[in-house]
Design a protein around this ligand. Sequence first.
Ligand code: NIG
Ligand code: FE
Length: 431
Amino acid sequence: MSASRDSSIDVLIHPVGELATPYVDSGSAHGKQMGELRRVKDAAVAIRAGAIVAAGPAQSVLAEFRPTDNTVLVDATGKLVTPGLVDPHTHLIFAGNRANEFIMRCQGKKYLEIAAAGGGIVASMKATRSASLPELVRLGKSRLKNMLHTGTTTCEVKTGYGLDLESELRMLEAVVQLSALQPVELVPTFMPAHAVPPECDRATYVDQIITTMLPQVARQYLADSEGRLRDLFNDVFCDQGYFTVDETRRILEAGAKLGLKPKVHADEFANLGATSLAVELKAASADHLLNVSDAEIALLAQSDTVAVLLPGTSFFLNLSEHAPARKLIDSGAAVALGSDFNPGSCHIFSLPLIWGLSCMHLRMTPEEALTALTINAAYAVGRGDRLGQIRPGFQADIVIFAVGQLEEIPYNLGWNPVSMTLKRGEIVAEN
Ligand code: NIG
Ligand code: FE
C-alpha cells in the first residue's frame, strides 16, 4: 500500500461542532475572499505525521480514515475548530517593563512625548542590554506558554531592544534557542532599526546597520550549515521620530541583497510614504497603517504585501483613531491581524482579544478576523503554503474553541475561549 493510500491516522478530532477555516487555493485572501470561510457542521479532522490528511463532514472523513488503538481521539463536541492562530507581529523578547509609561498615558501623556523624554524603546533597550541570554530565553518561554493557551501556534519575533551588534545578536540567539525549547513555531525578524541608540547619531547608526550588523547576521544566521533559520525578515520602524523613508529604503535594500526579506512598520504615527516603499520593495507586510493614504490602499490591493493591522496597539495607546480596515478590505487588500505584543505600546498577547478589538474598532466581521489571524497572517510571515488553513497537506496546527459559534469569540472579549491547542498534531495546551 503506498503511503498516500495509508488509512492509519495518529489523531482524530471528532465529533466537531463546527469546523471553520479559510479555504484559498493559492495566495493570501484578498478583499471579499476574506469573509468566505469553509464552514462544516458535524465535522472531523484526521491527522497523520503532524499534517492534516482529511477534514470535512464527519461521514466522509470516517469513510476513509478509521482510528486504530494507537490513534489519539480528541472530542470537540459542540465546539468550534479553526486553524492555529498565527501572530505575524510581536516584540516578544525584552527585559523589564514599562508599566509606568502606561499609567502616564492614562493620565494624558502621548507615546511620542514619553519616548522623547527618555522612555519608550530606549528604556526597554537598557533593560534588555543588561539581561543575559538565559534570562531572555526564560522570559520568552513563559510568554510563549501563555500564547499557546490563547491559541497562538506560530509567532513572529522581532529583535530591536538591543540596538548594538552584540545585543541584537543575543536577541536573535534567544529566538533560535526558544524555537527548540517549546512548541510555538517562531519566525525571526532582525530589527536593529527600531530606534537610534543614545550613544550614536542616526547617520552613524544607519551606516552601522548596513555595513556591519546586516552582513554579520547574514553570515551567522542565513548561511548556518545546520539550517537553523530557514528564513529571516528585516524590519524598520519608518515613522516620525524614528527612521526616514530614505534610511528605510537603504536598510531594506541592503538586507534584501543579503537574503533578508523586507517588512515595514508603516504609518503608525505619521504618513511618510512607508507603505508605498513596502509595496515597491515587495515587502511581505506593511504593519500598523493607521495613517495610510487612499492611494497606498490601492497599491496594497494590487500587491502581495499583506496589510498587518494591530488594533491592540491603538487600544493600548488609548487612541481614538484606528487603522482603516474596512477601506482596506473593501478595496481588495489582504489584511492580517497581529498582537504587536511589546513592553510599551501594546502589552497584549491574546489573539482572541485582538479578534474582539478588530470587530469593535476596525469593524471587521468575525469571519474576516479568522482569515486575518490564520492564512493572511501566515502569508505575512512567508509560510502561507503550509500554515493557516485546515485542509489536506497543511500542517496540523489547530485550535479548539469552547464556543458553539464563531461570533462568540469576539463576544467573549477578555475571556479566554480556547479549549485546546494542537501544534503539528500534538496537544500542546489544554484549558
Ligand atoms: O510596534 N512601533 C514600533 N515598535 C512598537 C513599539 C515598541 C515599544 O514601544 O517598545 C510598536 O508599536
Ligand atoms: Fe511593532
